[in-house]
Ligand binder design. Sequence first.
Ligand SMILES: Cc1cc2nc3c(=O)[nH]c(=O)nc-3n(C[C@H](O)[C@H](O)[C@H](O)COP(=O)(O)OP(=O)(O)OC[C@H]3O[C@@H](n4cnc5c(N)ncnc54)[C@H](O)[C@@H]3O)c2cc1C
Length: 307
Amino acid sequence: MYKIMIYLDDENVKSCLELLEVAEKLGKNKGNYEIYGVGFNLDYERYNGYLDYLINIKTNLCNYDIFNRTRVLFNIVSLYNFKVVLLIADDIGRMIGPRLAIALKTGIVADVVSIEFENGKPIMIRPAFSGKIMAGIKCDDNKTLMCTIRAGIFKFEQSRNKQTNLITEEIWTENELEILNITEDVISYDIRDAEFIIGFGNGIKKDLNYIYELADKMGAQVAVSKKIVERGDAKRKMQIGQSGKIVSPKVYIALGISGAIEHVQGLKDVDTIISVNINHNAPICFLSDIVIEGDANLFVKKLLEKL
Ligand SMILES: Cc1cc2nc3c(=O)[nH]c(=O)nc-3n(C[C@H](O)[C@H](O)[C@H](O)COP(=O)(O)OP(=O)(O)OC[C@H]3O[C@@H](n4cnc5c(N)ncnc54)[C@H](O)[C@@H]3O)c2cc1C
C-alpha cells in the first residue's frame, strides 16, 4: 500500500485541501494508495469525506513550537511508514518541511508548482533561478518523497466521497516555550481567499489611506507588489507574486503596478484584470482586460467621490 500523508492545519484549510490534488495524482500513478491527513488539534468535520484516514494529534504543544511539533510528526511518519509527505509552502510548512526531511534523512522539493511522470516516476516541477526557469526534480522511489506545494496552484476539485477513519494520538507535555508578548495583526484577512483585490505598487507614492478607504467601500481586499513591502508600507503577507502569495480573485485592480514577471506569477485564474498606469506600455497593461492610462492616485480619489 502506497501511503501518502498530507499535513493539515485548521488555520489554512483551503490551501491544505489543495494538497489532496497532488496526493491523488501521485497515488493514482502508483495504483494502490491511501491518503492520510495529519495535523494538530484538528476539526474532523472539516476533512471528513476527503481522506482515507485523519490522524488528529491532540496536544498542548503550541503551534509555534516547530521543533517539538516536528519531532512528533517524525514519529508519526516513521510509525505509519508514509512514502510521501506533502505540506503547503506557507510559513508553517516552510519551517516544518526541511526539519522533518533532515530527521527522515531524505531530501525535500520546495515550492512545487506542477507534477510530471517519467516511466512511472514522479518529476516535481519548481521555479528556479528567481523563476526564470522551471526545474524538474526526479524523485527516488527508495526514499520518502517530501515536498512543499505552492498554495493556489493545484485547484481543489475533490468531493466528500470517502469514509474517513479517525485516528487520535495524544501528546501532552510541558511547554518549553513561553509567550512574552502578543501583538495584534491589523490585517486579519488572507488575500488568497479574496474574490476582489485592489493591488497597489510603486506608482502609488502617498495617500495610502485612500486605497484602504476605496477597498472598504468596494468590498475588496488590499494587496501589494514587492516594492511596497520593501518600502515598508505593507506586510509581506499582503504581497502578490513569486516570493509572495498566489491569488485567484474574480477581479484584480492593479494601481501603479508595472506587472513584472515575478508579480504576475502570483496571479492565477484571475477573471478580470483592470490596470491603472501612467504608462500604457507597462507589462501589466498587456495582460489587462481594461487599461486606464493616467495617475492612479487621482483615479482613486475620483472614484471615491463617485461612490
Ligand atoms: C527573486 C525575486 C522575487 C520577486 N518577487 C516578487 C513578488 O513576489 N512580487 C512582486 O510584486 N515583485 C517581486 N519581485 C520584484 C519585481 O521584479 C518588481 O521589481 C516589482 O514587482 C515592481 O513593483 P512595482 O510594479 O510596484 O514597481 P515599479 O517597477 O517601480 O513600477 C511602478 C509602476 O507604476 C507606474 N506608475 C508610476 N507612477 C504612477 C502613477 N502616478 N499612476 C499610475 N501608475 C504609475 C509605472 O509606470 C510603473 O509601471 C521579485 C524580484 C526578484 C528578483
